[in-house]
Write a protein that binds this ligand. Sequence first.
Ligand code: DC
Length: 207
Amino acid sequence: MIIAVDGPTASGKGTIAKALAAHFGLPHLDTGLLYRAVGRQVSLNGGDPDSEKDALAACQFPDDLLADPELRTEVSGGLASRVSIHPKVRSALFERQRQFATQPGGAVLDGRDIGTVIAPEADVKLFVIASVERRAERRFAELRDSGRDVMLEAIAADLAARDERDTNRKDSPLIAAPDAVTIDTSDMPRDEAVAHAIAIVEDRMRR
Ligand code: DC
């Protein structure tokens, strides 16, 4: 069974994807981490994330970079969004994601284009959304709890800029697949959102 979980930053898609993987005993891939690693590697190379050539060279990042805590920062998220607009970067990362999705037994992947490009044949497609305000509050709380000095307004502006870039890029934009089920987590506590997602998957499995 392949489960595709797409949606914007801080919508709760990662939490839902991880919980589904644990519940159904499936491996999970956070595909945003791959783009974050490319963004970080461009920086380490002293390159320009807006240059397709520099971003493509950074797709050769070493695997241990995926464990770098720096990838979780807002700076890496912004760099990831910038490198992800280059079609050559997307195709360089395609095979790795495709192999993960089609491994025997199935998998859960979360990202922006899983249900549309990476695994259009996925058995279940979820599109997780939430208002910019709620997403900014969540990200703000996360960052503040980890001891960072952050401003809510700056986070909201950053999220809106990333949404704009991810949704309007030409290649594989953030968009719900026609057969995706949308979950709006704006007013849903974490456990409720997870239970709702599990119920959707179970319903699909019964059909
Ligand atoms: O999910 P995330 O915030 O870690 O993703 C970081 C960026 O990577 C996101 O702004 C756009 C890009 N991305 C993408 O283009 N396609 C994916 N499947 C996952 C992430």
